[in-house]
Write a protein that binds this ligand. Structure first.
Ligand SMILES: Cc1cc2nc3c(=O)[nH]c(=O)nc-3n(C[C@H](O)[C@H](O)[C@H](O)COP(=O)(O)O)c2cc1C
Length: 205
């Protein structure tokens, strides 16, 4: 499968730091790798309904933002979650996209988990604080999301900045951005010691 990167912009404002940083990293990708960029603010998803144990989910959506995002997700070998840190974790646009994966997993005939297994999740984020570990919940969420789906995890590129453009003063992260997507990402694993016997939340073998 030809490599194709999907960049999902999760900021609740346009031209923010996270997008700037993601574009810096993406600029290093070879020209033969396709890129698709989608702003989740400009293509809002409906609120997620938990229909798993009731009426279930309808067939695959064929129009609207749900169809756009599902098709883009299935077409991507690499999915980049470009979410700013909001309250130590993902922005709500991004979290809604993640919750929507639950409905895709249950969509008749889609076999979504099999389709995305082995593909790669990456993260790009910026936050105002200069204590990077305060964004650990965001990093854990993306790591565990990838582990649950038996995907690869490329890590999270973390920049610093508050007002739009600030991240361009973070010279350390700009240097890391140059090689961020050049890594060979390993299969994601849940944190050491996290097992629930008989559950598919166990780390991938
Ligand atoms: C709702 C909200 C919550 C935020 N929570 C945090 C936080 O927990 N930690 C932090 O360091 N910065 C926090 N920030 C600051 C943003 O992470 C920072 O402004 C970042 O540069 C925004 O990224 P953007 O320019 O891509 O939108 C928050 C901002 C907003 C709007």
């Amino acid at each position: 499968m030809t490599r194709r990167f999907l960049f999902l912009l999760g900021s609740h404002r346009s031209d923010g730091n996270t997008e700037l940083l993601a574009r810096r990293a993406a600029a290093q990708l070879p020209g033969d790798i396709e890129q698709q960029w989608i702003s989740l603010a400009e293509h809002p998803l409906p609120d997620f309904d938990d229909l798993r144990h009731g009426e279930g989910y309808p067939n695959r959506p064929e129009q609207g933002n749900l169809a756009l995002l599902l098709d883009a997700t299935l077409a991507a070998t690499d999915i980049v979650i470009a979410s700013p840190v909001y309250w130590y974790s993902l922005s709500s646009h991004t979290k809604r996209y993640l919750d929507t994966w639950t409905s895709w997993m249950e969509t008749p005939g889609l076999d979504f988990r099999t389709a995305v297994a082995g593909r790669t999740l990456w993260g790009v984020t910026t936050s105002a604080g200069d204590l990077p570990w305060l964004a650990d919940p965001l990093v854990s969420t993306i790591n565990n999301w990838a582990a649950f789906m038996k995907m690869r995890f490329g890590g999270v590129l973390r920049g610093n900045g508050t007002a739009p453009g600030d991240v361009l003063k973070d010279t350390e992260v700009l240097a890391r951005a140059k090689t961020f997507f050049a890594q060979e990402p390993p299969l994601a694993r849940f944190p050491e010691g996290y097992t629930r016997a008989g559950s598919d939340t166990e780390p991938a073998a």
